[in-house]
Design a protein around this ligand. Structure first.
Ligand code: SAM
Length: 207
């Protein structure tokens, strides 16, 4: 599937993009709900072309596909998908073979949806990749490690690249790790506003 098959957005309603071919996006294996995908796509559509969309934790590409579709409707900001593609402790039950990696499926899904033109996979531990990162970020989507220390480290390393007007979003904001980080780093902080309680939880940098 690619852009030749037609416009990728059906409608924009409030802060949601209703995408064409949502059934195909929703069929990619993952944990993201359709409403969450629409919201991510909307956030991605607001990112200026000279800023990056960064996803921490990509698995088989479900959220990356929504981010790419949203970006194409907006300003075509590049999407960077950071993952070591070997799962994490909570996902080990999905890795019967320790040499297994989800990168090939991620690439297949990006290709099928025609998004390899805008999506760049980056292999590595999210915090390590962040330590060498230099570009401004307009949307940071955090969905890699889910335990407190990992989420905190991802936020601490990556959020300084989110400029004023940019967004940070967390998947699973009700889980203990992300929830505690949101409480400690975002709620009640002047630097973050326009909070959205809908999943994925999102906040905009105000200063
Ligand atoms: C919940 S899945 C991401 C799902 C994806 N965002 C989606 O909606 O389709 C979490 C992913 O984060 C990756 N991951 C977990 N901890 C990581 C770390 N410290 N560095 C890199 N990748 C990590 C795992 O390999 C897994 O692919």
């Amino acid at each position: 599937m690619d852009e030749e098959t037609g416009p990728i957005v059906d409608q924009v309603v409030g802060s949601l993009l209703f995408l064409k071919y949502e059934d195909e996006l929703d069929a990619i294996e993952g944990w993201l709900g359709l409403g969450e995908g629409r919201r991510l796509a909307y956030l991605a559509s607001t990112v200026p072309a000279d800023q990056a969309i960064v996803e921490l934790g990509s698995w088989k590409g479900k959220s990356a596909a929504y981010l790419a579709a949203g970006s194409k409707f907006g300003h075509r900001a590049s999407v960077f998908a950071v993952d070591h593609w070997v799962g994490h402790p909570e996902l080990q039950y999905l890795f019967p073979d320790p040499s297994m990696t989800t990168l090939p499926e991620f690439l297949r899904n990006m290709e099928w949806h025609g998004h390899l033109d805008i999506v760049t996979p980056i292999s590595g531990k999210t915090a390590d990749v962040g330590k060498t990162w230099t570009r401004p970020i307009g949307l940071l989507f955090i969905d890699a490690a889910h335990e407190y220390e990992g989420v905190k480290e991802d936020f601490r390393v990556w959020s300084p690249f989110v400029g004023v007007g940019g967004w940070v979003a967390f998947h699973d904001s009700g889980a203990p790790g992300p929830r505690q980080v949101i409480h400690e780093e975002i709620l009640g902080r002047a630097a973050w506003g326009e909070l959205s309680a809908h999943s994925p939880f999102a906040a905009r940098r105000m200063e």
